[in-house]
Design a binder for this molecule. Structure first.
Ligand SMILES: Nc1ccn([C@@H]2O[C@H](COP(=O)(O)OP(=O)(O)OP(=O)(O)O)[C@@H](O)[C@H]2O)c(=O)n1
Ligand SMILES: C[C@](O)(CO)[C@H](O)COP(=O)(O)O
Length: 231
């Protein structure tokens, strides 16, 4: 079951505070962006990659694609002000796609087994997203005061990839743009259409590189994986 992947990569990395797009920072001597791209470059079921980029970074990214022999990129549209706009920009240039996976370029540790289950579920059900069960107690806080403890039993920390039948996601993104709705993930937009969305249990290693501590976690994840392959 083939799919195409949208990788929003046009962020500013404000929370990382590196003064550059955090995707250009290295883990084990390789840019984070390349770690993520290589997952999809190696997956024979992935038939195309679309990268939303900042115009001023396009030339550098194209050099990286050449340097690391990333051949599946079909489009590098301009990203937008928000992550959602960057994803939408990719959808607008995609054609003849059945299943689309949206994945944060800042999540380089996604497992192939999770991708496979997401694609399979999206083919069967139309929508499937990655997540892990919450490990911490979560509470709502207003003005420094706890107002509610959210029942943890049914709470999941949602990640990407998020996989959809292309037409469903395109419809959801077009409607959100029309009414000015802004979500923090693609599932929020599809939920508004009333469409059922399935969860696929992912891995706690599938972190989003967001703050400096995540670089330390990321190096440890890579080291751990290298040790496993050496055994
Ligand atoms: N306008 C935006 C914002 C984010 N992203 C991408 O969406 C992914 C997840 O976003 P996030 O982790 O928030 O990245 P940044 O926006 O760069 O981080 P920050 O919010 O700290 O600035 C990243 O791969 C980022 O490059 C994007 O393509 N376009
Ligand atoms: C899409 C996402 O990764 C799901 O957890 C998350 O919402 C992205 O948030 P960000 O602030 O745009 O990184």
């Amino acid at each position: 079951m083939d799919y195409e992947v949208v990788l929003p990569a046009a962020g500013s990395g404000k929370r990382m505070g590196a003064g550059t797009n955090k995707l250009f920072l290295s883990l084990a001597d390789k840019p984070i962006l390349i770690h993520t791209l290589e997952v999809f470059e190696k997956d024979s079921k992935c038939t195309g990659i679309y990268l939303a980029v900042k115009p001023e970074e396009r030339e550098y990214i194209q050099r990286l694609l050449n340097e690391y022999n990333i051949t599946k990129v079909k489009g590098l549209p301009n990203g937008g002000k928000e992550r959602q706009h960057s994803v939408h920009a990719c959808l607008k240039v995609m054609k003849d796609v059945d299943i689309v996976l949206v994945h944060d370029a800042a999540r380089p540790f996604i497992l192939q087994s999770v991708i496979d289950r997401l694609v399979e579920t999206a083919y069967e059900k139309g929508a499937a997203i990655a997540g892990v069960r919450a490990k911490d107690t979560m509470k709502k806080v207003r003005e420094g005061i706890i107002v509610e403890t959210v029942e943890r039993e049914d709470l999941w920390a949602i990640q990407t990839p998020q996989a959809f039948r292309f037409e469903l996601l395109r419809q959801a993104e077009d409607l959100a743009e029309k009414v000015g709705f802004l979500g923090t993930d693609e599932a929020m937009l599809v939920e508004r259409l009333g469409h059922e969305i399935h969860i696929v249990e992912s891995s706690y290693e599938n972190i989003k590189i967001t703050t400096k501590e995540d670089l330390i976690f990321g190096e440890a994840i890579l080291k751990n994986r290298q040790l496993k392959t050496e055994r």
